[in-house]
Each structure stands twice: as structure tokens, then as C-alpha cells.
Design a binder for this molecule. Sequence first.
Ligand SMILES: *Cc1c(COP(=O)(O)O)cnc(C)c1O
Length: 393
Amino acid sequence: MASAVMPTYTRAPIVFTHGKGCELFARDGRRYLDFAAGIAVCALGHAHPGLVAALAEQAGRLWHCSNLFEIEGQERLAARLAELSFGDVVFFGNSGAEANECAIKLARRHHAAAGRAERWRILGFEGSFHGRTLATLAAAGNPRNLQNFGPVVPGFEQAPFGDLDAVAARLGPETAAILVEPIQGDGGIRVAPPGFLAGLRALADRAGILLIFDEIQSGIARSGTLFAHAHDGVAPDVMTLAKGLGGGFPVGACVATHHAAAGMTGGSHASTFGGNPLAMAVANAVLDVVAQPAFLARVARAAARLGAGLDRLVAAHPGVFEARRGRGLMAGLRCRADSGEVAGRLRDAGLLVAPAQDRVVRFLPALVVDDAQIDEALAIVDAVARRNADRAA
Ligand SMILES: *Cc1c(COP(=O)(O)O)cnc(C)c1O
């Protein structure tokens, strides 16, 4: 029978019934090793006892009361995110796209509140991904995702990722902010080249505009530090988070300095569900774990093991893989074949990965992945690559 779900996705014909850590179990009884983690969402794996307990405890007390009232969990999570970052204040939404919408609106209000309403344009980058709302599609400028959705929302343009001269040339009297992923995820795990984020910081400061980091995929310890921009020693004015923040519960956040958020006054922005008690309980429980120095050190060790293994695979199978990319547990292999095809073969062999643009398959395991699981994943990739090289020969 035809599905009644709107066919906007290309789905693999697998139904998962449950998961545990880095493993998923399908209705037909098959076990999969999960190195996609719901696209970098299930930061602590599936059915993490601490998250299950936090959600169940909150569910028994209060689900929703709306933002007409104070919400304890929001106060606590906002204070902790501010304490752990450059930021002072946080707006909560339900997704990454909404977090970026908030950042875009905040940038325009920032300038308008200071009498510079003419500064409203946002400069983004080629290869980026910021969500699927009309404004975030325009911010990324990916023609494939914009196709046939009518006129593109005005006020956005893109420079080549990594090209500071191109950025400098595009900044003008109407620019409000620069929006960039410190590590492009969907674009193919492209790490900002050394000095790029610092260069953007300097250009933004000189122009008197805001620097926004989209850490929706790279944040929450994914790169080995709590936020990926820490590797570059550069702080933005605004940062967006989602994916890993809720460990699988929908939540997004826009973190900003007081200065950047100066225009976000009472009544300026809102979300019915944003920051509801369930989301806050889970996100606070995620933060309890991922912000621990020992946890971050373990992520770095796991990342080193995965990275070394992927390097060996690139060296062993040059006809299949071109290069390894990434930082921390945000890793990618650039393939000679289409990334969707490679991801499909790995899935058939029992390993879930996330395809990206630029012929890259993403390895985004839960941050709790252990050495044996990393070795098992590498062995599956090796076996699939071997079979494939034989077929090509
Ligand atoms: C996933 C993602 C988004 C969009 O998040 P949604 O929750 O799907 O709206 C935005 N930016 C980046 C970098 C992402 O990886």
C-alpha cells in the first residue's frame, strides 16, 4: 500500500524498533552498528539511562506550560551554556533551522536597534547548510534545495568557504553579519582552514558586524571540544546549537552576547514549544555528561583511533577512497563513487553512516562509542571496500 507520509525523503527500507548505545535493532531482528547517530543527534547513543531517567522524571511532573511563564529548566540550561561559552543569553527553539532564524533576526535587530537598519544582509558560504526554512535555505544558497520554491528570500549571499579575500570583497554598508559553520557538515565535513575563523573575526570587527557560528552539527563535543570554534581560539558574537544538544529530543538554541542580542527585547521573538520543560530536562542531562573534561578527553581518544583507522583505509583502498576529512568524531571519507551508494553498501553490511555532499560519507557515532565498536566499523568499511575494489578490477 502506498505510504500516506509525504514523500519528501529517500528512505532506506528499514524499521528500527529499539537501540542501545551505538547499536540499533531492526524489526527483522538485524543488528546495525550506528555511526550516523541520527545525523549527529544521538550524542550519548540510544536509550542512555541518564537521559531516559531525566525525560521520565520530567514527564511525570510537567510537559508544557508555554513561555508565558518562567521555566526553571530554561534558566538553568541558559546559565550553563553561557557559563561554558562566550555567550550571555540564550533563546530556545525546537530545531536547528529555528535557531538560525533567531540568529538572522537577532543580527537585523542588533543593527536596527542601533539606528543602522540599512545593515540587514547576511554573508554565508558555498557548501553550507543552515536548515530548510525559506530564510535558512537562502542563507546557504544551495541551488538543489532552493529549486522550485519560488523567489529566494532576499538579503543573503555566499562566498567561497575559506576565502577571506572574497569575504572582504563582499562586505558592504548593508552587511549585518557573517554566518559560517566552523566545520561544514552536510557540505562534506569541510573543516575551516587554519586562520579562516580568526580572519572572519577580524573582518567582522573592522566592519562593525556580527559573526555567527552555526555549530548545530559541530557543537556539543562532536569535534572533541564542547564547541568546534575552541580549536581556533576564536569566539563569535552568536552561536546556534541543536542536533546533539537534546541527544534525540528536539531542541535548538541561539546563544549570544548581550551586545549582539541588544535588539531582542520583550515581544520581539517567540516559539510556542521552544524550551519546553521536557526538552530542557533532557538537554540539561546531556550537558551533565558532555561538558565533563574526562568525557571530552575520551571523545578525543576515540576520535584519534577512528581517524587513524580511516587514514589506513584511504591508504589501503586508493581506488575507493580519496581522503579523510574532519575533526573529532565528525569524520568523513571522500569517496570515488556517489556517497549515497557507498552508504547503502555499508548499510547492507551492517554499518550506518550519513551521506553528505561532495561524495563524502560521514562517520558521526555517538560520543560514547567504544574502541571495539570503532574497530568493528573500520573492519566493515575495509571489507566493503575490498569487495568493491574486486568488483571494479
Ligand atoms: C542539521 C543542521 C541544520 C538544520 O537543523 P534542523 O534541525 O534540521 O532544522 C542547520 N545547520 C547545520 C550546520 C546542520 O547540520
